[in-house]
Design a protein around this ligand. Sequence first.
Ligand SMILES: Nc1nc2c(c(=O)[nH]1)N[C@H]1C(S)=C(S)[C@@H](COP(=O)(O)O)O[C@H]1N2
Ligand SMILES: [Mo]
Length: 206
Amino acid sequence: MPPVTRGFVGRRPRDRRLPPGQYDAGDQWPVLTAERAPTLDTARWTFRVDGLVQRPVEWTWDEIRALPRERWDGDIHCVTTWSKFGMRWSGVAVDTLLEAAGPLPEARFAVAHSHSGYTTNMPLSDLTGGRAWLAFEAATAPAHPAPLTREHGGPARLLVPHLYFWKSAKWVAGLRLAAEDEPGFWERNGYHDRGDPWSEQRFAGD
Ligand SMILES: Nc1nc2c(c(=O)[nH]1)N[C@H]1C(S)=C(S)[C@@H](COP(=O)(O)O)O[C@H]1N2
Ligand SMILES: [Mo]
């Protein structure tokens, strides 16, 4: 019998926070941006919820910053295979924003669109139930979150951490609710429509 090799017994157990096919980016927080990063002035910044709602709502920076704030601690997963553990975020729950607009019963999907033109789609159910935020601040360790830098989507971005991170639109400008699913930028370019990292839904057909 050959000796049992280190590769067989000595390997550290796979981190249970790591979805299949992902690696731990460690201290790194990579920047992934398809378009040119916009510089947004909070004096003229707005966020809207419209489409299939009872009343379209548009907030200014000061108005949205006055809404109740929540904190979320956890991990993010990019489809390019890096994951980042132990982040701390703060922002307004998407539930709070939707409540103000009043989604119509036929609203089943949403497109998040950015001030820079980026779009990404998801079922409305992925934005409700306390698992999606309009985030203003983030920290890469359990410290006090600091304002999002421009490269990471500041002054405000979507945070939908239970899906691959391309759904978390940087420089987000609003959510448009619809009855039909309408693919966003990456979804039209071969990425999976939903993007659940635990089911490894990377590309259309996965
Ligand atoms: N507006 C916009 N939002 C975006 C992207 C983008 O290219 N443009 N990239 C997405 C992808 S693929 C990822 S992994 C995350 C990256 O966020 P980060 O650069 O803060 O790590 O933003 C997502 N949101
Ligand atoms: Mo990504």
